[in-house]
Unconditional design. Sequence first.
Length: 425
Amino acid sequence: MWLLSLFNGITTLVMAMQIHFFYNSVFGKETSKPTKKYWIAAFLPITFLYLMLDLPDLFSSLMALGIVFLVAQGYDVPQKLKIMFAILYAVLLTLVNFILVYMLLPSMSSNPSHAEGMTERILLSTILLIGCMVMFAIIQVIRLVVKRRRFPLEARFSLPFLSVPVISIYLVNTFTAYSEKNVHYFLSVFGFIVLNILVVYMLDTVIARFQLTLQNDRLQSQMDYQDANYEKTVHSFKEIKRIIHDTNKHLLVVAEYIERERSEEALQHIRETLNGIDHAYLRVNTGNLVIDALVTNALNVGRANGIQINTELTLREPELAIERYDLSVVLGNMLDNAIEASKDVRQAEDRWISIRIRSSETALFIHVQNRTEREVTDLNTRKRRAEDHGFGLTNIQRICDKYGGHMMIKAESRVFDNMVMLPFK
């Protein structure tokens, strides 16, 4: 009896650790609730009691599913997801145990030297413990698939970790089939379980460090981009200051002409001054600093590169209920993408960009269209060192998600169409 209790106790601890890893993989650690530790604490005695009791098949299955679902309550995700992944774990563990029962139980029971001193309940508990070992490998695969979907973990990191549970399964099965069931057998199986838990922990640490490095790189890229936008704003202010400085001198000249009653020359100088201002600085005056600076910079860059840019800017109010940093990220990336694509167009007459920005009482609408050199079949960056680029649309989508807005992209007939709607808070 004590041996059965020992096996079931170890199995309970392993399953608690395993379910914890499983839910962290599919839900993410960030969704954990502070009460998760209490749900795991409740899981331990209930699971141990479940393993010790001999229950009817139907009730046993329902209770097992309920126990797995119990731990899911420690995560802040919708109930339908908790039910779905609790069923997935229960099904996977059941399938593994069924396979092991048909593979191992007949061979162990038919050999008296192997089955000596072991009741059927202990044999089943041993198989369940081995099944937990197999589940570590399955969960490892699930973890790698989920993590790779979030960020690209290289195979050279994932494959060595995955090989550990596979080798452990083979060795434990070998020990179970050919070795004597004594304290050394128990310690060997327990050692392999500890080894797999440590491997999972190490994999978590590697992935966390990799994720942190990737996030830091992207944050640095975004900060550099934001610095560039600030430089554009500063340039706009410098241009305005220069125009004001020159205008003061022109006004002195005009005043001198008027005092000498040379009105025709005064008018001619005024026309030349206004014409010079128009050519020196393409003015955008919606009243919103971010929009004025970025669109003005786009007009200047477009003029320098032979790109025809048409604007339609209508703001209901100059001040928008959107943070300037967020608006700068969205509009700056949209305009930069359009300008970069237009520069690649070989035919000068095909280089054009349409910028339409308007606001209502509840939202801001930004619509940027541009011509492309070829049909756009994917949204991956074509810049050199692609690993350092391609975050533009991702950053726009991130801001849209923050405000509960939407981004729509269409690409047809060599025209790239990017539309963004940002509701006001």
